[in-house]
Design a protein around this ligand. Structure first.
Ligand code: FES
Length: 551
């Protein structure tokens, strides 16, 4: 007898007493490690989805881990029979948006002006010699998200992308949202979140096809919390009202000129050139972070005459509206529902996730699944499509109540049972939507415009890239505007980071631009609650004047 171990979609028989790490090795699965199974590096993380009761109790080396995360080198099978499902932090198979599309600005059509230059064999950083080498000069750009990390390696002399990679943020063991990570980091006091991420980054950098020593600069885009955690800054102020990065606090006190940060690669534990600089793009304000700033660079907002909106829908939705003359921004605490969190059969965009749903005339469901394996759950784009179809066919009303006296609606039967949506799931999704709608209402009101006044509406990020526009407009997660004005641009944040890496002028332009952005704090708007309640309903989102005219 042995335990049936499902590890990263592979299956083996795990003998009593064997560690998950050893089992992974026998299956040819590469588990990140820097300590060779000594329980010291904390990199061999796995998330246990099923069968925790068949594994040894967490030991001292695992005391830092929350929820169902374990160190695979310390975690052993303690029963002769059962089923255990687990996975390492995901890499290739997870649908992480690495690319950007249809953007006004790109690293490809940029005048190259990197801060790292060459004078013969001298390598200069801001004009100061840091190395002698005839080899190539490289730089790194990173989009550091709460859930995922995207890394691009560029040749700073040609501007070309040499390689890129992406992986799940291993800091998930400290909680799935930014508030949990802030709490974890403040309690921990040893910068373990940063050290763990640095370990994963080190492996990624070492796998790139260049000498790590030839990487002389790195530019980091990320939300305010992720950026500050990475730079080993005190994140306590971002977790407390009025939710400001320590860099924003210090700038307001006149102790620094900008919210951008620089640090040495060595202090951040990165295995690139020891004199390399790591530059964190400026934060706009509060939770409108350096990722939103990077998007502004990719949208060329400093030179944009048209009226545009940029919306990156996620756990924390960021919204920017304006043009070169006036820009407003807000962050909306939407929570993880549209990423599959807190939804019964929700899951990330992985193989096995339902990503599209249609309801046929006879009421049966027509589903589209990522990959070729069995159905395991529903990801964000599938949830949008399902809600839209339930609304269209009258099986759910605008308040999110099911019409046929049922408390859940089956979508399909998966390998492990039924995939369904319950009324309480709909409630979670309604609240996430409500936060986004409240953000849109507050910012557009403040600007004094209606949705139809926009020339362009950019949907940035992985979620925005994959949602169906008609479905999204029907349930009101995005404004009901002409689809010709909507651009699903993907990962604009990594593109912005690349632009800042390749052009000092663009970096300076962004530094000046973020200081001109006016932050609309949703929590202080007197109409916030009314907007939120309205936004919880599943119906098309029109400008208020237009909605009033139709009524
Ligand atoms: S391999 Fe280093 S802690 Fe497990």
């Amino acid at each position: 007898m042995s335990v049936e171990l499902h590890f990263n979609h592979r299956i083996c028989e795990a003998a009593y007493g064997s560690s998950l790490f050893d089992c992974a090795e026998t299956m040819g699965i590469k588990v990140p490690t820097s300590c060779r199974k000594q329980g010291k590096c904390k990199e061999c993380l796995v998330e246990v989805l099923e069968g925790m009761e068949f594994l040894s109790r967490p030991g001292p080396a695992e005391a830092h881990l929350k929820e169902n995360f374990r160190l695979s080198c310390s975690c052993r099978v303690t029963t002769p029979a059962g089923v255990v499902r687990c996975h390492t932090m995901r890499r290739g198979e997870m649908r992480i948006e690495r690319h950007a599309f249809d953007l006004p600005a790109s690293h490809k059509n940029l005048r190259l002006e990197p801060t790292v230059t060459r004078d013969g064999s001298k390598i200069l950083l801001d004009g100061e010699e840091i190395e002698r080498s005839d080899g190539p000069i490289h730089g790194l750009a990173m989009d550091l998200g709460t859930t995922t990390v995207v890394l691009r390696l560029l040749n700073l002399e040609t501007g070309g992308i040499v390689a890129d990679t992406s992986f799940e943020n291993p800091q998930r063991f400290g909680g799935s949202d930014v508030m949990a990570r802030i709490h974890y980091d403040c309690e921990d006091g040893t910068k373990l979140l940063q050290r763990t991420l640095a370990g994963y980054l080190s492996h990624a950098i070492e796998e790139f096809p260049v000498e790590p020593n030839s990487i002389y600069e790195m530019v980091v885009a990320g939300n305010s919390t992720m950026r500050d955690l990475f730079f080993r800054l005190n994140v306590y102020p971002i977790g407390q009202s009025p939710y400001r990065s320590i860099t924003e606090v210090e700038m307001a006190e006149g102790r620094r000129p900008t919210t951008s940060v620089t640090e040495s690669a060595k202090r951040l534990l990165l295995p690139i050139h020891p004199k390399a600089r790591v530059y964190g793009l400026p934060i706009i304000s509060g939770h409108v972070g350096a990722d939103a700033a990077a998007c502004m660079l990719a949208m060329d907002l400093a030179n944009e005459q048209r009226l545009v909106a940029i919306m990156d829908i996620g756990t924390n939705t960021e919204l920017i509206v304006g043009n070169k003359d006036r820009i407003l921004a807000a962050s909306c605490p939407a929570g993880p529902a549209f990423e599959g969190g807190r939804v019964s059969c929700g899951m990330p965009g992985l193989p096995g996730a339902i990503e599209g749903v249609g309801i046929r005339g006879d009421g049966s469901m027509d589903i589209r699944v990522i990959g070729e394996g069995s159905v395991e759950g529903i990801c964000g784009s599938g949830l949008v499509a399902l809600l839209s179809e339930l609304l269209r066919t009258g099986r759910m009303n605008a308040l999110g109540r099911f019409e046929q006296d049922e408390d859940r609606i089956a979508v399909t039967s998966g390998e492990d049972g039924e995939i369904y949506l319950s009324e309480s799931d709909v409630n979670e999704l309604a609240q996430a939507k409500g936060a986004n709608v409240a953000g849109l209402r507050v910012v557009f009101n403040e600007y004094g415009i209606g949705f139809e006044d926009l020339d362009l509406f950019y949907l940035a990020g992985g979620f925005g890239r994959h949602i169906d526009l008609e479905s999204s407009k029907r349930i009101g997660i995005i404004p009901d505007i002409d689809e010709a004005k909507i651009r699903q641009v993907g990962n604009a944040s990594i593109e912005g980071a690349c632009i800042a890496l390749l052009s000092r002028a663009k970096r300076d332009e962004l530094e000046a631009l973020v200081k001109r952005v006016v932050h609309c704090r949703l929590e202080t708007d007197p109409n916030f609650f009314d907007y939120f309640v309205e936004g919880c309903q599943f119906k098309a989102l029109c400008s208020r004047q237009r909605a009033g005219a139709q009524a």
